[in-house]
Design a protein around this ligand. Structure first.
Ligand code: SF4
Length: 198
């Protein structure tokens, strides 16, 4: 299993070394549009999948192989084939990766951001992208097909809290799915209030 790969060109991040800190398709969502195929393990439990030492060693090995003149690495990006915040070691790994003096990015589906420990784990990253595909709970079930124990209102509150706590680059991404969340009906204040994100 390849834990570290690249560098690959990224439209948003330049040349990015990818870090796959989760085994294939262990995720809290089973999104209808997932390009990685069906979720193999729908889970919300934090676990250690790979040790921080293994990840750091593999990153170091790949950095040493890359010609720094012609193949500059702009970001170490934690972008696994699943949900990165399920990794119990995420905060420790981000701290350990700082030794390479390369910016660190994390791309999360945001489903676990209502957990303070998860938000704290992400604070040291330089760039965090969270997914918000919809602010409508029924549509959330249709598009993201979440684990049964996840709570939509808590997740939106978690996203809001993280946006206040986090001081580096914060991105929000939405996947538009034809026939589901691609209408141009403007959100009414009433609908926003129904989301109850205070
Ligand atoms: S959150 Fe990402 S990895 Fe998980 S099912 Fe959705 S698109 Fe796939």
């Amino acid at each position: 299993m390849e834990v570290v790969f690249g560098p690959v060109p990224s439209r948003r991040l330049g040349r990015s070394l990818g870090i796959n800190n989760i085994p294939p398709k262990v995720c809290s969502y089973a999104c209808v549009y997932c390009q990685l195929g069906n979720t193999i393990k729908l889970d919300i439990e934090h676990k250690e999948f790979y040790s921080t030492e293994q990840i750091v060693n593999e990153v170091e090995e790949l950095i040493n192989k890359v010609d720094s003149e012609t193949n500059k690495i702009n970001y170490l990006t934690i972008v696994p084939d699943g949900e990165p915040t399920l990794d119990l070691n995420l905060g420790k790994t981000i701290s350990a990766l700082k030794q390479f003096n390369i910016k660190i990015a994390v791309i999360t589906n945001s489903s676990l951001l209502d957990d303070k420990n998860v938000r704290t784990d992400l604070l040291d990253a330089n760039w965090v992208s969270v997914k918000v595909d919809t602010v409508n709970e029924n549509m959330w079930h249709k598009i993201d097909r979440p684990h049964g124990k996840l709570n939509f209102t808590s997740i939106l509150k978690g996203v809001k809290l993280f946006s206040e706590e986090y001081s580096n680059y914060f991105a929000v991404e939405t996947m538009l799915v034809k026939g589901l969340n691609d209408s141009v009906i403007p959100l009414k204040v009433k609908q926003l209030n129904e989301c109850n994100v205070q």
